[in-house]
Design a protein around this ligand. Structure first.
Ligand SMILES: *Cc1c(COP(=O)(O)O)cnc(C)c1O
Length: 502
């Protein structure tokens, strides 16, 4: 048994946290501390270390929502203690998720009659949604192959090399081969013609992306559908399409209502969207919608009795929070079609302001499209002296987090910087960012080239030196802490620090 420490008079008071001994020790990192600490001290220590994280609002790397209205923040905090899976206990929450599924299914033009309920489920994000959609395709394909007496052990998915990593995860976890169509310089999404050429009898689906992660571009789902209808007709297969609309699912219906990418196309059997991207909810919510009941094999559904009614569930996890579902419902009814349209239009307009600002510098070429998810992807026209990674690094000094990364297989020699325009990225911020980028360029022009002749060995030498310095500093602190601990043990030896372990 471990008895908690009794504190000497001066330790007990944390009215001034910074005068207490809790800030004198380094924070526990490997083993749980033996004794408790006052809540004020715990809060302060964690809060202060977190100050070193980036500012989410200036994190232009992410599609994920970083701002919601205070009223919704309140709903979220009020429901953080509700486990979503307790459907019997929280029937209203379940009802709200069902309403969201129906609203999103209608937004995606699912073929639903007036009294039909849509088939879909709320998930932790698009990744879980894609796992579920992929499993449904795999099972459907296997069932069909079994019935035909054909081998069913080599399923594959055809997709572009620009897929998000969750597809590679799905492929590895659920043993499906990923057949990727390479991209090429200047064309960074899946070419539908090549994709359809790659389809064979083992293809469980073709995955198209509405809003490529790399440059926000929409893939041509309509052309893919038409080519695949033709191929299916010739071969007798019925290869379906999944649309990964993680980022574009809440853009296209509002900005490009005439674009056919969704259930209006007959081969599109399921669609995922991230509620926490342009669905405008904080991290932790995604959706997957199936075209009809027939597209989700019954054997994958678990039926939960919910107030005497049947509540089908199909998720990978059991327990999860309810807040995100409630927050999604809030956004859908609070904003309505009109509100979402306004938000997305503002994002698009701000993306254009940023794009034009970058073009006006004369130094960048733009790799994103005006029509698509509001991101601006751009690369340096002249990379002979400096590259995108240096621009990214230097922008950090102004507080901006703008990632640089190489394009996917087929165009790996091209690197881009990418700015995601979210709801909370205002015109003023867009203009400021351009000004700061201009400053960075001016400074880079005065610096020696990154890739000049000897620089590699110079860089290596620098790295080694830095590592050595790091090791020295670490051992210095270790020694100091050790010495301090010993001293503390000496001076405080006595009943006040004795921990009795039995
Ligand atoms: C973000 C994204 C995902 C993953 O979605 P999460 O909601 O983060 O799990 C998948 N596909 C695309 C195209 C994405 O942009």
């Amino acid at each position: 048994m471990v008895l908690s420490k009794t504190f000497s008079e001066s330790d007990v008071s944390v009215h001034s946290t910074f005068a207490s001994r809790y800030v004198r020790d380094s924070a526990p990192r490997f083993t749980m501390p033996e004794n408790s600490m006052p809540k004020e001290a715990a809060f302060q220590i964690i809060n202060d270390e977190l100050m070193l994280d980036g500012n989410p609002r200036l994190n232009l790397a992410s599609f994920v929502t970083t701002w919601m209205e205070p009223e919704c923040d309140k709903l979220i905090m009020d429901s953080v203690n509700k486990n979503y899976v307790d459907m019997d206990e929280y029937p209203v929450t379940t009802e709200l998720q069902n309403r969201c599924v129906n609203m999103i299914a209608h937004l995606f033009n699912a073929p639903l009659g007036d009294s039909d309920t849509a088939v879909g489920v709320g998930t932790v994000g698009s990744s879980e949604a894609i796992m579920l959609a992929g499993l449904a395709f795999k099972r459907k394909w296997q069932n069909k192959r079994k019935a035909e007496g054909k081998p069913y052990d080599k399923p594959n998915i055809v997709t572009g090399a620009n897929v998000q990593v969750c597809w590679e995860k799905f492929a590895r976890y659920f043993e499906v081969e990923l057949k990727e169509v390479k991209v090429r310089e200047g064309y960074y999404v899946m070419d539908p013609v090549k994709a359809v050429e790659m389809v064979d009898e083992n293809t469980i689906c073709v995955a198209a992306i509405l809003g490529s992660t790399y440059n926000g571009e929409f893939e041509d789902v309509k052309l893919l559908n038409d080519l695949l209808v033709e191929k299916n007709r010739k071969t007798g297969w019925d290869t379906p399409i999944h649309v990964d609309a993680a980022s574009g699912g809440f853009i296209a219906p509002f900005l490009y209502p005439d674009l056919e990418w969704d259930f209006r196309l007959p081969l599109v059997k399921s669609i995922n969207v991230s509620g926490h991207k342009y669905g405008l909810v904080y991290a932790g919510i995604g959706w997957v919608i199936w075209r009809t009941k027939e597209d989700l094999p019954e054997e994958l559904i678990f039926h939960i009795n919910y107030l005497g009614a049947d509540q089908p569930t199909f998720t990978l996890n059991f327990s999860k929070g309810s807040s995100q579902i409630i927050a999604q419902y809030y956004q859908l009814i609070r904003l309505g079609f009109e509100g979402y349209q306004n938000v997305m239009q503002n994002c698009h307009d701000n993306a254009m302001v940023l794009k034009e600002g970058l073009e006006n510098t004369g130094r960048f070429s733009i790799a994103s499209k005006d029509m698509g998810v509001p991101v601006v992807a751009f690369s340096l026209k002249d990379r002979s002296r400096h590259d995108e990674f240096e621009v990214s690094e230097m922008l950090r000094r102004f507080g901006w987090i703008v990632p640089a990364y190489p394009m996917p297989e087929g165009a790996k020699h091209v690197s881009v910087l990418r700015v995601v325009i979210r709801e909370d990225f205002s015109r003023t911020l867009a203009e400021r960012l351009v000004l700061d980028i201009v400053k960075v360029l001016a400074e880079l022009d005065t610096l020696p080239p990154k890739n000049s002749g000897k620089s590699t060995s110079l860089e290596d030498g620098k790295k080694e030196k830095a590592e050595e310095a790091g090791r020295e500093i670490a051992s210095y602190w270790r020694n100091i802490t050790k010495a301090r601990k010993m001293k503390l043990a000496e001076t405080q030896a006595g009943p006040s620090v004795t921990v009795i372990a039995k």
